[in-house]
Design a protein around this ligand. Structure first.
Ligand code: UTP
Length: 477
């Protein structure tokens, strides 16, 4: 068991004596538990974090020579950049059939914008059925496994703040029909939240340090330390299909994308990404760029407006490759990132509101303004560390229906409209009549579950489709 005496010198040296005083005020189990929380903090690093992210905040900036990243266009017959979609579908299908692909979902976020009381994956997303996000993916994985005749294990990264609730949700729903042996949950790491003026680590209560999950980039370390990488190696998994918990349209394992990732001549097969064309110059998505010969994602807030607004001859945006946070990553590359300090992903700071208690008085504080620095790592910072990272364009309606906010853009409302639109397109491609309003929007609410079809081709092969959808109907297929 860690002792306060061992921790004290480093904590004092890091200017965090208030934590020691808080520990002294506790007794018994509460004190032991608090000391264990302190023991998990890397106090040797705290002064560097304060210096770099609290005191001397340098703008993240962008490399001088920024160009748009090249990408495989969604239309493989594209005149200026044709490519052989069938060949790569075959390669990707071969990988899935051989059991070399696992799904990996990052679900450790706090979902503060959505304001939902529970893990985001439990959120009712299905536009007709209200299916929770986790069920949408579980069915996608079951259907993929049936379609290709191979097990597709699923790794779900939680955080210490939502791990138990997530696991309990799966147990309660019998893992949505998946074999529990093929679903592995592991929590990501956390970082202490720092007071934005003093750099002091905040206390969530008299016996709890205020912490935040260490970002989706924390996945690299968590995958390695949890034993997930070892488990994948034991199963013969070579690549993970990475997606976020809040995008019900993410294809859980896309053969074409996996084939490009593993087989394209300009891919090192380490870290590949999907993009969609940005909807406007100021859409809040990261953009795939190239700098110093390497692909990277520049966050929307860092891309200078002058570049973001640049257009090509046909009027389309020059920097149009919006990141939708879908990646294919090799297990070898994850191992390399996790084991070599030279490949450690950097931290980014976010200033957020964090409720806390005053360390001296125990008075609760509900800040009206952002008061805390949270430190997070981003998974896409691994892209420039890969030998050669490729980008594949996909269709926005097909693959991007995120649920980030309670209302407005990227909310459950917009996601549900996109679910209906995608379902309508698949049905129309299969010859089913779908009622549409004069403005083209669908006059119905339609949800197609992954057990029915994973994509339009899959649906076309279905033998029991209706001839038409009734106007105004709510239909779940
Ligand atoms: P977001 O950046 O949208 O964050 O996460 P969030 O925590 O879900 O929501 P807000 O910003 O508090 O409103 C994108 C994806 O990355 C995961 C989330 O669960 C989501 O799938 N994520 C984010 C993690 O797994 N861990 C983190 O520390 C942060």
């Amino acid at each position: 068991m860690p002792s306060l005496d061992t921790i004290a010198p480093d904590a004092q040296a890091a200017g965090q004596g208030h934590l020691l005083a808080a520990a002294e005020r506790l007794e018994g189990d509460a004190r032991d538990a608090f000391v264990a929380q302190l023991d998990a903090i890397d106090f040797a690093q705290v002064p560097t974090w304060i210096e770099r992210y609290v005191r001397a905040v340098e703008p993240e900036g962008v490399p001088a020579s920024l160009e748009p990243a090249p990408y495989y266009p969604n239309d493989p017959t594209n005149a200026s950049n044709p490519w052989d979609e069938d060949k790569y579908r075959d390669i990707g299908t071969g990988l899935i059939r051989a059991g070399k692909v696992a799904c990996f979902t990052v679900a450790g976020g706090q979902g503060s914008r959505l304001g939902y009381d529970g893990p985001k994956g439990c959120y009712p997303a299905g536009c007709v059925t209200n299916k929770p996000l986790f069920q949408v993916f579980a069915e996608g994985i079951r259907s993929t496994s049936h379609r290709y005749g191979a097990p597709v294990p699923w790794y779900v990264m939680t955080s210490p703040l939502n791990h138990d609730a997530t696991v309990a949700f799966f147990v309660e729903h019998a893992h949505f029909g998946l074999d529990p042996a093929d679903v592995m949950f592991f929590p990501q790491g956390t970082m202490p939240s720092l007071d934005k003026d003093t750099g002091r680590i905040l206390l969530a209560s008299d016996r709890t340090v205020a912490t935040n999950p260490d970002g989706h980039g924390g996945a690299i370390r968590a995958l390695a330390e949890s034993g997930a990488v070892e488990d994948m190696q034991r199963r013969g998994v070579e690549h993970v299909s990475y997606f976020q918990v809040d995008n019900p349209h993410a294809k859980v394992a896309d053969p074409v994308f996996l084939g490009l990732h593993a087989g394209a001549p300009n891919s090192s097969g380490e870290f590949s990404s999907k993009m969609v064309a940005k909807s406007s110059w100021d859409e809040k998505v990261g953009v795939f760029c190239k700098a110093d010969g390497r692909c990277r994602v520049i966050e929307y807030s860092d891309l200078p407006e002058s570049l973001a607004k640049q257009t090509r001859q046909d009027g389309s945006l020059r920097f149009n490759a919006g990141s939708i946070a879908i990646h294919a990553i090799s297990i070898d590359f994850i191992g390399k990132l996790a084991s070599d300090a030279a490949y450690e992903l950097p931290f980014h700071r976010a200033v957020k509101k964090v409720s806390h208690v005053e360390p001296d008085t125990g008075e609760p504080v509900e800040p009206a303004e952002p008061n805390a620095v949270k430190l997070e790592r981003f998974i896409f910072d691994a892209i420039p560390l890969a030998g050669s990272s490729i980008v594949y364009e996909t269709d926005r309606v097909e693959e991007f229906a995120p649920i980030k906010n309670a209302t407005g853009s990227d909310s459950v409302e917009t996601s549900r409209a996109l679910q209906t639109e995608r379902a309508a397109r698949w049905l129309e491609a299969a010859g089913v009549k779908v009622p549409r309003h004069a403005d083209g929007s669908v006059n119905a609410c339609i949800e197609i579950g992954a057990m029915t079809a994973l994509d339009a081709d899959h649906l076309r092969a279905h033998d029991r489709l209706p001839d038409a959808i009734e106007p105004g109907a709510k239909v779940a297929l």
